[in-house]
Ligand binder design. Sequence first.
Ligand SMILES: [Zn+2]
Length: 279
Amino acid sequence: MDNVAFPILLGLFILLVILEFVIVLRPWKTSRWFRWINNSLVAVTGLPTARLLLLPATLFMATLCQAEGFGLLNWFEFPVWVAWPVGLLALDYAMYHWHRINHLVPFLWRFHNVHHADMEMDISTAIRFHFGEQLFSIPYRLIVISLFGVSPMMVLVYELVFEAATLFHHSNIRLPKKMEGLMVKLIVTPRMHGIHHSVVKNETDSNYSTVLNVWDRIHSTRRLNIPQEKITIGVPAYRSKADNKFWRLLILPFTKQRGWVYEDQSVPERDATDKTQVF
Ligand SMILES: [Zn+2]
């Protein structure tokens, strides 16, 4: 992870940062510096949790299952060309459900809210995850790994793909519509994930996939019909600068959660009859 995946992810991160200056998808409305500093500070608490706890725990479980012959892929002698796709698809499908559970369960939403409350979405949003969200995902991931008997190498490869996909679809880059239209047939793209970060509730409650978006298609949670210029990013009750300061974000999960309304109590809505296909 440190010798191979990290340099790849760092390279991708730098490339996307540069592209965000050149091809902008949603023009920034607030100070990029303010968000970058506060999002980076959240990352300083979240990323070490992922690297020092989440990754070792998942690798330990995968190694243990392999040694003990536990889990679907360890029970049967599948050829590599079957085992690898099954393992990677299982992990990606599990992460679709984990993301959906984070939106459904009020306790987990308290932590995921920190990620969604960002007033704009760009590459810095991709690293803005509360350490609590990372922590609570550990037992879930351990269960998935043990059920499927995913190997340690599969865990590592999926982690690299998962992180790369997360960086990519949070980035604020304007890809040619034709190109993104082709990509969105298979994977989650910046426009698709932009809809997931909308202030409109039923738009936030869509597009949960991370790598492949087939999971959203299967569960009818895929939405592609909102043009980016019509999207306001964030969580309506947390769209102030004060709410988006680092220390406020750190304690946000432990404070009383506000309803899905703007400060003036109005509810963000959109005409549901709009069937425009953006791609
Ligand atoms: Zn989400």
